[in-house]
Design a protein around this ligand. Structure first.
Ligand code: CS2
Length: 497
């Protein structure tokens, strides 16, 4: 989008043209204390806002060094705006803008990974946060175990500039071990036990480093580095030209990299920070000793239901998530999915009830101003389904139940992988395992048992006890048959009967 010269662009020199409540709360003089990997919309509407509010309330040199792993577009636009951008909090009929200015430096990992490695070793940095999406961890999706493949190994054991996220982090930690400075590495991605999994990943990466440097790094990691688990939550759709137009109107100046987000925002963090941390509790974060009950509730309820709406909606030809909620029969389906399949697998964290949480989630998805796309949620299904859906199915089976409605979601994903919507139009498969998934479905015709068999055989996604469960297989084949004959409308009609 071109910037209208008469309007001007968001910069430190133009902030007095913003509505006063939207002006940045911090000056440009905060020191760096955090390196964040992943400059996407979610980070900028979530951790960045919490951190800015924490510094504004309680001070501290906790400015963020934002690292863009691959694409340079957001980074360049932020540079041109003195690293400012806006967050637009959108509800029905309301847009509340604020300019955020908590990034004190920006770096591009793909073009200069060694500069990022040095920054990770800088003792002024005491916290590293990550929003790199599930697939960047390169874990085995079915088990969550780390896989040190050839690329990560080469990143860690040779002196080459690292190319992978685990390699970049491990090299940064190797360099930092020489200083002995403590650090917290905080995964803010939607993985179960994200802290423990990140620790296991880094331990596995450092385990292949030979000699005294490896030994010293492993010893230092043990005593001086924490991996707090977190639950992160805010619905933040991808930025579009519509978001940019909304930002110009709300700010009075142009912002090329605004983010729109829902009003709800939550961050639960395990409080283990050996080098200190921002006073995030002043910004509304919950600091706790155990984030897992929140994490599981969020992954299975919010993300699980999100994925259910995404696959059913995409098959039915619906673009935005809020419109999926208008399909006939969807309410009855969600009632049953939530009550009979998801809720019994969850123990609510303090202050929550599973039913209340489920209600809030449905209200949040109905926000018409978000325009979150079914295809955005549908991407990377092989990495998302294990924690969002398969855990629910396995737990219900272990309790002797038949997870009928969760199996409908699984069948919908299988149809999605097959690549056609109910009206025959093509659906895109955006997934790191796309080649394997496509190869599996290309060898079979549409017979439900063949399609299910081909996909259940992918052990990177399906643990053996799930793939070999005849009850689950029968339910999935039933739903594939229903979807084949009458599409999503027929499946949802069954939910209302
Ligand atoms: C969504 C999440 O795209 C997706 O897979 O389910 O990004 C979701 O919006 C966030 O986890 C909400 O906190």
């Amino acid at each position: 989008m071109a910037v209208d010269a008469a309007v001007g662009r968001l910069r430190r020199s133009t902030v007095d043209r913003l509505p006063s409540a939207a002006r940045p709360v911090l000056g440009a003089d905060v020191g760096a204390g955090i390196v964040h990997l992943g400059l996407g919309a979610f980070h900028r509407a979530h951790q960045a806002v919490f951190t800015e509010d924490a510094i504004a309330a309680a001070g501290g040199d906790w400015g963020i060094v934002g690292v863009a792993p691959r694409s340079v577009d957001v980074l360049s636009a932020m540079e041109a705006q003195d690293r400012l951008y806006s967050v637009l909090t959108v509800g029905s009929g309301t847009v509340v803008p604020r300019a955020v200015g908590v990034h004190v430096d920006l770096m591009h990992a793909a073009s200069d990974p060694l500069a990022v490695v040095s920054r990770l070793a800088d003792p002024a940095i005491r916290v590293v946060t990550l929003t790199v999406t599930e697939k960047a961890y390169r874990l085995d999706p079915a088990t969550g175990r780390p896989r040190i493949d050839d690329e990560v190994r080469a990143d860690v054991v040779t002196g080459r500039p690292p190319k992978t996220v685990p390699g970049l982090l491990a090299r940064g930690l190797l360099a930092r071990a020489a200083t002995g400075a403590p650090l917290a590495v905080v995964s803010c991605d939607n993985l179960p036990s994200n802290g423990r999994r990140t620790r296991a990943l880094i331990e596995a990466a450092l385990a292949v480093v030979p000699g005294p440097a490896g030994e010293r790094a492993r010893w230092w990691l043990d005593g001086s580095v924490s991996f707090p688990g977190t639950m992160v939550d805010r619905i933040v759709p991808a930025t579009t030209d519509v978001t940019r137009a909304l930002a110009s109107r709300a700010l009075g100046v142009a912002d090329l990299v605004p983010v729109a987000a829902e009003p709800f925002s939550q961050w639960v963090i395990e409080d283990e920070f050996p080098g200190g941390r921002p006073a995030w509790e002043h910004a509304g974060a919950v600091l706790t000793t155990d984030a897992e009950p929140w994490e599981r509730l969020k992954l299975r309820m919010l993300n699980g239901v999100h994925s259910a709406l995404a696959y059913l909606g995409a098959l039915a030809g619906v673009g935005p998530i809020d419109e999926v909620l208008r399909l006939p029969g969807i309410d009855a389906f969600l009632d049953r999915l939530i009550t009979t399949d998801i809720a019994p697998t969850l123990a609510p964290p303090p202050g929550e009830t599973v039913e209340g949480y489920g209600r809030t989630v449905r209200e949040r998805f109905a926000n018409p101003a978000l325009g979150y796309r079914t295809l955005q949620v549908a991407m990377d299904g092989s990495q998302k389904l294990p924690q969002r859906l398969l855990g629910t199915i396995l737990d219900r089976r272990a309790a002797g139940s038949r997870p009928v409605w969760a199996c409908l979601v699984l069948a919908a994903w299988m149809r999605f992988v097959r690549g056609y919507a109910d009206d025959g139009s093509a659906l895109p498969l955006d997934d790191p395992l796309a080649d394997r998934l496509r190869a599996a479905v290309s060898t079979v015709d549409d017979k439900p048992s063949d399609l299910a068999g081909a996909l259940f055989a992918i052990d990177a996604v399906f643990p053996a006890d799930l793939a070999g469960d005849d009850e689950v297989r029968g339910l999935v084949e039933h739903w594939l048959t229903v979807l084949d004959r009458g599409g999503v409308a027929a499946a949802l009609a069954e939910a209302s009967s």
